[in-house]
Design a protein around this ligand. Sequence first.
Ligand SMILES: Nc1nc2c(ncn2[C@@H]2O[C@H](COP(=O)(O)OP(=O)(O)OP(=O)(O)O)[C@@H](O)[C@H]2O)c(=O)[nH]1
Ligand SMILES: [Mg+2]
Length: 491
Amino acid sequence: MTTFVDRVELHVAAGNGGHGCASVHREKFKPLGGPDGGNGGEGGSVTLVVDSQITTLLEYHHSPKRKATNGKPGAGGNRTGADGQDLVLPVPDGTVVLDRKGNVLADLVGHGTTFVAAAGGRGGLGNAALASARRKAPGFALLGEPGEARDIVMELKSVADVALVGYPSAGKSSLISVLSAAKPKIADYPFTTLIPNLGVVTAGSTVYTIADVPGLIPGASQGKGLGLEFLRHVERCEVLVHVLDCATLEPGRDPLSDLETIEAELAEYGGLEDRPRLVALNKVDVPDGQDIADLTRESLEERGYRVFEVSAASHKGLRELSFALAQIVGEARAAKPVQESTRIVLRPKAVDDAGFTITEEDGAYRIRGVKPERWVRQTDFSNDEAVGYLADRLARLGVEQELWKIGAHEGDTVVIGAEEDAVVFDWEPTMASGAEMLGRRGEDHRFETQRPAVDRRRERQRGRDAAEEEFKAFEALSSGRQAIEGDDEDY
Ligand SMILES: Nc1nc2c(ncn2[C@@H]2O[C@H](COP(=O)(O)OP(=O)(O)OP(=O)(O)O)[C@@H](O)[C@H]2O)c(=O)[nH]1
Ligand SMILES: [Mg+2]
């Protein structure tokens, strides 16, 4: 028998984005031909895709760490780095993806359903792409972002329309073997079935699937027998069938009390209350079995159950049972909208996608926001110009203005990002010193031709005006917070 694995923990890591390149075009007689550093390639993502050919999570049990490849860095001559390869992991139909805490991230039903478990990091922009009218020769490039990495738990919940539940040896697997073409293991000792069996039943024009689960015994909810763990395979079913053994010789057992026991265990598991239930009184081929069935039928019907007397051995009553199930399944399907296979992309919830929040904690100011956090990841902190560019971006978003407003002072500690991967700064406001605006970042004086002194004086005045303007723009920003210069805001 092949090993069946229906729960695995998996560590998935997407590829990092390639770094952007800072390069200056060189040519004979034209030593500084402008920035030509290319962008880094995108990191590959890790994607789960439902493949109906696959029935177990076994493969992931053996190698629980999966990583997609990194994007390549950009290069001079405007060459973009190659993208990393996506890693596609095939999973069985009915795989549920959870995080470590048990929150459901995705429920993958239907061939082709796709889930991006870890998104690849974006490539960093090269200095060619960072050049603008204001920043003619950026001497820096953006770093590629790290790919997402997370631990996920995958659980398999079989996607059967009908689930058979009952005591060990009640004949659940036997019924599957005669209702469908499936050939599960059948034997006269309890707990023959250790993993759910699945069969396909054709009744008239309806085709549906039927599954059994390992037998339940009193105390299953406390872990007795095989416990209730396998009941997750019946969670998706449309209808439950109680398979009651009419020929058991065990003292203290009869179909009615068996039913009560199983119901109590199902209630303990929870979440199955709304599923319609049928009763199959099995083994009526045995003489005593038929008598017991006759004795029990009325009480069961009084409790509202539809009762079918069946025998997996003599095939009695199977047709009626299978058509009754087909009808319920058919009705349930008609009531449900058609499920298209879907593509699910998991993105961490943004605090406020458009902006940022600042909170004061232990004398420090913590800044959270999708953009500021991404910008920090893209910054090469060994390059002053890159750090300056980050400061400009933050200021443009209104972070600086907001810090002023809530009373931050020069030298205060500013933290950007969440606890684990925060970057800590001593705040040096760029706006306090208007003078800094004179020597604009991203301008390389070697590019400028010599100009008369009077020109340079004018230039300085323009610089001061620009600083003034920028200051006013901040004011406007804080009220409307629209971007004044949207060249790379969204990157
Ligand atoms: N006479 C008779 N025996 C049956 C019938 N159905 C099942 N059996 C016998 O009952 C025993 C148990 O059958 P299984 O189908 O393995 O029972 P199960 O409910 O799947 O049991 P577990 O997998 O242990 O939970 C086997 O020896 C079967 O041959 C029936 O209709 N009539
Ligand atoms: Mg069985």
